[in-house]
Design a protein around this ligand. Sequence first.
Ligand SMILES: NC(=O)c1ccc[n+]([C@@H]2O[C@H](COP(=O)([O-])OP(=O)(O)OC[C@H]3O[C@@H](n4cnc5c(N)ncnc54)[C@H](OP(=O)(O)O)[C@@H]3O)[C@@H](O)[C@H]2O)c1
Length: 310
Amino acid sequence: MRYRIYGRTGLRVSTVSMGCNRLGDPGVDPAQWPPIVKRALALGINFFDTSNSYNQGRSEEVLGEVTSGHSEPVYISTKVGVPVMTNDFPNREFSEETIFREVVNSCERLRRRPIDLYMLHSPSVDQLEEMRFEEVASKLKAGGFVRFFGISTLDHASGIWAVNHGADILQIEYNLLDPTAEDELLPVAQRHDVGVMVRVPLARGLLTGKFPAGQPIPPEQQWRRPKGDQLQLRLSRVDQLRFLEREGQTLAQAALRFVLSHPGVHCVIPGARTVPQLEANAAAADGDLTAAELDRIRALHAQWRAEGVW
Ligand SMILES: NC(=O)c1ccc[n+]([C@@H]2O[C@H](COP(=O)([O-])OP(=O)(O)OC[C@H]3O[C@@H](n4cnc5c(N)ncnc54)[C@H](OP(=O)(O)O)[C@@H]3O)[C@@H](O)[C@H]2O)c1
């Protein structure tokens, strides 16, 4: 495993960390989840991203149970704003009443206080402007609830807003199929030395190459994946990226290495539902894309930009 300093937080985090939105998935034996987190720790992963709304708090509970017994430092980011019991994303809200109630609940489930990294869960710019962002950040820190504060972005504009209003940390979307965070958001974050973690680095699994182009995704594997023309456009682009598969590198590992090749990125947080997925993702930390591979990727991105759709 390799490590990077997470911007101005100074925390030393594993470059390949773990996204935990599958922990506690319904209909799965709960005994499946703790071994994934334990294996992550054994592989040197020391940073986990969750939310109070992932599986009604079960993701936070699993993390709390496993990491509270670990002897080395482990860092956790969690989020607030999406209703916990319904996970009703369109109805997220960021009132101080909700934030200060939920941070206590997250501390309990995670069995830690302060929480290392605390984020608003994908607020729009309008929602950010309606709240007292900097004051909330100060109160959360002064109350000993959190160490660093920021947002998980809804779009690039929300990320830029947060950086310009003192966010310490960001969670952003950036991957081989959508590099547009390179244009403005990542440079702004770099200038402010904001800690940046990248979510959805595998484009919800599409970048593993396991879904054949020209076919729909079977209903039992649909999860949150695109459908119809949007899906087929992406799968055809995934096929154009298959030159990245070589000895010592799967397409998924190349996708993670691409994200980590940007100097403004500190870690990726691929989701894993099984131990073999986690192990394959963690192994991406041990290698880099070649200059020739990066050149071919940039040429494809230029072509896709010209097509005007991501
Ligand atoms: N708004 C937000 O704040 C927000 C939104 C989304 C995600 N996130 C965070 O970002 C993390 C990552 O995003 P994500 O999980 O949605 O997308 P992702 O990391 O791009 O894709 C993860 C999914 O791909 C499949 N997969 C992972 N590794 C694999 C491997 N090595 N081989 C084959 N399949 C593999 C798994 O699904 P299957 O096994 O079902 O194929 C897994 O659940 C989340 O866990 C969460 O922490 C935050």
